[in-house]
Design a protein around this ligand. Structure first.
Ligand code: FUB
Length: 459
């Protein structure tokens, strides 16, 4: 996907300066949807869907994973799971969620089932947060209803795991300890006006205006003894509302709207919430990338603070996103698909080197934010690059796209788009302290210039 440079320049122009922020939408290299955050170890991971370019429906083929250690610079981990990993499915890689239990990662996903011709929920399992994942049971966990989408999973303090899902009904099961089977029958949550701002779907009066309408995209978790059920509500276009309970299976109490329906270009919204490094974050999606819209969505994040009683404040979409919670240590190898912002570029997988930055043209750039070069400073800068054509140049600039050039790499042709060559040069003297770093790509106008696998920074 190539994003209009003029649009991105305008977007950048009104971002707040000073405090280092994640910029929304925080993935610019492709469309991403239905963000499901998961904190594991020192990092926050976000599992997403992936809208196809120029789509006229949710023709989604795969799920993607991104992670950060500072809320500003995000690493693209590519797509560790796709429709073809489920033999019984043929379409609709919709809203996912992943959870860790006993060192295994369980990735719950909705899919269109070949077995029933309706929607189903599958579960894949992996040994790391970024996979590889494989279908854990070789069949759907639940199957056979168009309402079976948008799984959300939570493991309670007593070890009992719950899987909720559904549109427009809300269902749940108690998962067994193996996380890939469940006990008893599928239960449907009674949607009362007290619990969800409206009665259940079939009892709704067509002309009556209700406070809320549970629609889809539940997000279930517990915090401070309160069980939270957040969800997309209000039909189309959607807002994000929530209900709470003191038990994992209700009864629920409707609490109101968190993110009102806003003009973000997307008629759906879908949320996920996580606490990370002492702060709370609300993830959602919009249609705000150029070329985006209802079927070309992009994930975004807002920091927020719970009210003293545990209720949510109103959260509005912003372009500023979340402030940095740490500086970025560049020393060593940095995957080129780690970035706080980019213009024009994309990412692609390669079997031997993993993901790399592609679609690099003259005038494109990749940015890393809040990079701490330390007191001693940067001595050498290198990159692993490949070009089937003539290459170009990489200017490493500080603090703005036309800031001081800290290092310059000449990239020549390497005989193939995946024939990698490592190049390294001395950096200019005096590159120390904390800076934003812009990798500016320069070359002939028109053709692709080169691909980049990783950067190295040496003291
Ligand atoms: O991304 C496809 C569908 O759109 C999701 O399953 C819904 O939650 C809505 O976001």
């Amino acid at each position: 996907m190539r994003i209009s440079k003029r649009y991105l320049s305008l977007l950048m122009a009104w971002l707040p300066m000073g405090v280092m922020h994640c910029e929304n939408p925080f993935v610019q290299t492709c469309f991403t949807t239905d963000p499901a955050p998961m904190v594991y170890g020192d990092r926050l991971y976000v599992y997403t869907g992936h809208d196809e370019d120029n789509a006229d429906f949710f023709w989604m083929q795969e799920w993607r994973v991104y992670s950060t250690a500072d809320m500003v610079n995000w690493t693209d981990h590519g797509s560790p799971l796709a429709i073809e990993d489920f033999e019984w499915a043929d379409d609709r890689a919709w809203a996912p969620q992943c959870v860790e239990r006993d060192g295994k990662f369980y990735f719950y996903v909705p899919l269109h089932s070949k077995l029933t011709g309706a929607m189903a929920i599958g579960v894949a399992v992996g040994d790391t947060p970024t996979g590889p994942f494989k279908d854990a049971i070789g069949r759907p966990l639940v199957d056979g209803d168009w309402a079976y989408i948008d799984p959300t999973v939570f493991i309670d303090d007593d070890g009992q795991a719950y899987l909720y899902w559904g549109n427009p009904n809300l269902y749940y099961v108690k998962l067994n300890e193996d996380m890939v089977s469940f006990e008893g029958e599928i239960k449907m949550v009674e949607q009362t006006p007290d619990g969800f701002g409206k009665p259940k779907f079939v009892e709704m009066e067509p002309d009556k205006k209700y406070k809320s309408t549970y629609t889809e995209g539940p997000w279930f978790y517990k915090r401070g003894g309160i069980y939270y059920m957040l969800y997309a509500a209000g039909g189309i276009p959607e807002n994000i509302s929530y209900s709470v309970s003191d038990k994992p299976t209700g009864p629920w109490k409707y609490m109101g709207v968190i993110m009102p329906q806003c003009d973000t270009g997307s008629f759906t919204n879908h949320c996920g919430v996580a606490d990370y490094k002492g702060k709370s974050y609300f993830f959602y999606h919009t249609g705000n990338l150029p070329g985006g819209g209802g079927f070309g969505r992009s994930i975004a994040v807002e920091p927020f603070e719970y009210n003293a009683d545990g209720s949510f404040p109103e959260i509005m979409p912003s372009q500023a996103g979340a402030p940095a919670v740490a500086t970025f240590n560049p020393y060593g190898r940095v995957e080129a698909e780690t970035m706080s912002w980019s213009r024009g570029v994309s990412t692609e997988p390669n079997d031997s080197t993993g993901l790399y930055v592609s679609e690099v043209h003259d005038g494109d750039y990749v940015k890393l934010s809040n990079v701490d070069f330390g007191e001693d400073g940067l001595r050498k800068f290198g990159a692993s690059v490949a070009s089937a054509l003539r290459g170009g140049q990489i200017e490493m600039r500080l603090d703005s796209p036309d800031g001081k050039v800290a290092a310059l790499l000449d990239v020549s042709g390497t005989g193939g788009w995946e024939n990698w060559r490592y190049i390294e040069r001395d950096a200019e003297a005096g590159v120390s302290g904390v800076h934003d770093v812009y990798f500016m790509f320069i070359g002939r106008k028109g053709p692709k210039l080169f691909n980049i696998d990783y950067w190295t920074f040496k003291r």
